[in-house]
Ligand binder design. Structure first.
Ligand code: CA
Length: 229
């Protein structure tokens, strides 16, 4: 799940981003309203966390233009302003929820998950392929109903592949989803994750395969399995 975090306070942004990444989110953080607009014009995010006090514009202006374009991506407003007027204004402008600073990380994570679970949100569903199921809320993978442990980045790779089961997932789409914007990614890091993931799935007895399409990307397929007689 990929989030856009628009927040100008460097240290706070880093702290929140780290916390969210530990919870399995991929986070692009930008410090201005204009950088936020630029990111939104190129990437489809699952949710947006928006600070209202930004150096170049009021955060609400980002929300306004998003909704004017008919974009319904869930928006959680973060604000230090505790006046009732600001809250009402934020929600009237098309914000889905708000959280007052300071807040506990657990609370932010819970609120974001709640937004993603709403109809049309990306959470709250279990994806299955073959005998593998991926609970996107609990971030838990089961093979034949036995839970297997998979490190965070491999989990991200598996999620993208399972969401596009049977379709080619380009390598750069995986990189963007796993690492976020503007990260230096070594050219073989996705290959490394995929190859570890393949081993893990095979050891666990999964009947799905991850195929490499050289120079294009990856493809997940279900193996044809014969029911034991
Ligand atoms: Ca701010």
């Amino acid at each position: 799940m990929r989030l856009l975090f628009i927040e100008d306070h460097d240290r706070f942004a880093k702290f929140v981003k780290d916390g969210l990444e530990k919870e399995g989110f991929t986070v692009d953080d930008v410090a201005t309203a204009s950088a936020g607009q630029a990111a939104l014009s190129t990437v489809k995010y699952d949710a947006i966390i928006l600070d209202l006090g930004l150096p170049d514009a009021d955060g609400l202006s980002v929300l306004h233009s998003l909704r004017e374009e008919g974009d319904e991506t869930p928006v959680l407003i973060l604000t230090a302003r505790d006046g009732i007027d600001d809250r009402v204004k934020g929600l009237n402008s098309g914000g889905d929820d708000y959280l007052l600073k300071p807040f506990a990380m657990e609370e932010l994570v819970a609120r974001i998950r709640a937004l993603l679970r709403r109809p049309g949100g990306v959470l709250g569903l279990v994806i299955t392929a073959g005998n593998v199921s991926f609970d996107t809320t609990a971030r838990e993978v089961q093979v034949d109903e036995r839970t297997i442990s998979i490190p965070r980045r491999e989990l991200g790779v598996l999620e993208q592949l399972m969401r596009r089961n049977g379709r080619v997932v380009p390598k750069d789409v995986l990189e963007d989803n796993i690492y976020g914007f503007g990260k230096e990614v070594s050219s073989n890091s996705i290959e490394v994750h995929v190859s570890r993931l393949r081993k893990r799935l095979s050891v666990a007895g999964a009947n799905i395969s991850v195929h490499t399409l050289r120079g294009v990307g990856y493809l997940l397929s279900e193996e044809n399995t014969m029911a034991p007689q």
